[in-house]
Design a protein around this ligand. Sequence first.
Ligand SMILES: NC(=O)c1ccc[n+]([C@@H]2O[C@H](COP(=O)([O-])OP(=O)(O)OC[C@H]3O[C@@H](n4cnc5c(N)ncnc54)[C@H](O)[C@@H]3O)[C@@H](O)[C@H]2O)c1
Length: 434
Amino acid sequence: MKHIDNTPSTPGKFKMEKSPYNRLRLHSSLAKLTIWSLVFLGLIFIFFFRSPSSSSSGSLTSDPSRRSLRTSSYGGLAWEKRIKASAKVRSRNGMSVLVTGAAGFVGTHVSSALKRRGDGVLGLDNFNDYYDQSLKRARQALLERSGVYIVEGDINDVTLLKKLFDIVPFTHVMHLAAQAGVRYAMENPSSYVHSNIAGLVSILEVCKSANPQPAIVWASSSSVYGLNTKVPFSEKDRTDNPASLYAATKKAGEEIAHTYNHIYGLSLTGLRFFTVYGPWGRPDMAYFFFTRDILKGKAIQIFEAPNHGTVARDFTYIDDIVKGCLGALDTAEKSTGSGGKKKGPAQLRVYNLGNTSPVPVSDLVSILERLLKVKAKRTIMKLPRNGDVQFTHANISLAQRELGYKPTTDLRTGLKKFVRWYLSYYGNGKKSAQ
Ligand SMILES: NC(=O)c1ccc[n+]([C@@H]2O[C@H](COP(=O)([O-])OP(=O)(O)OC[C@H]3O[C@@H](n4cnc5c(N)ncnc54)[C@H](O)[C@@H]3O)[C@@H](O)[C@H]2O)c1
């Protein structure tokens, strides 16, 4: 019997195969074994090279933050639960909004206003060190108390963005994350390209593939009007002579928005903010560091344009900007595409959000002096050619008509609220802003 023939005569040894038929069987089993081994190795290869953490299509740029996705606290049931709770809609007809730049000045205010009225809000911010990170952490703590969770990550992290969209089918994205500031571009130009151009493209790529596609409202800037001299600045004016890299990246953003609207049917609204100020503001802005320096008794530089020309800004109070953002979200139509394909024409809008009453910077200083009860040490300097423009002035009739936007806070009232916050946050100047 065959099985007896194959039994070794001596334990530990196999009987030698003698017949050609047996040799043939041995060859065919070896061939089968080799094929199965190759199939198995192939499967292992596919598994490792297609897994999200190593997929080269996961990010549009070589982005260091992707490393954190693989190694840090992202993911897990508790994390997803937190995200879902934060993004849960609590009002009838409410929206679920992903707010990028939520630990920033405008992002914090917009997130908390949305949450207050019952919308679902999830924040995303990379907490970069462009300015005092402890201020961003304090804003995060503030939002946390009202039930808004901020995921810590970069907008270039496509894998993370996709995961957030897997967890929550966001109806809207309020995209505020950006490298702000005009002068810093001379020091770190690539940060503007990274956040304002590559980052915007990452957001739009993920939004275009999401199902359903969200409507997107995003922050452009009054700086796109650049060296224009016709005032007030209107959305119909040309915007092709930017005075800074910051302005150029925002202008590029508006063109990129046009492309994604045209190809993929994404509903896109760009908001051109005019010098936003208020409590929890940005320490790199003049009203903020003037306050700090006046309190410290340090000299402040006030710029003057050629021929003693006045430098003025259309300062806009944060609460007015928030109302404009909410108005834009509320009137945003749905995107029309699905699965990355356009199904019909979609909304594409741009609005000025300003105050329509420019104030000379020297008047801003006088108001601060009165509120702080300290005389400023003023030095007058020529406006340097490093990105700042002489004046800004918004025509807001379009936003008034279509978003119901109506700013109500004059500079004196707004600065009073800012100074009150500043003194309580920094403790009457004892602990001072960095
Ligand atoms: N404040 C103004 O006067 C003003 C004027 C015009 C336009 N804007 C625009 O409004 C938006 C909000 O401005 P803000 O004053 O709140 O600035 P901000 O710097 O306080 O907020 C931006 C936030 O985005 C985050 N961020 C930056 N790059 C990121 C990235 N790659 N990934 C994730 N997070 C990132 C930052 O950490 C920051 O918390 C920006 O797009 C800005 O360009 C602001």
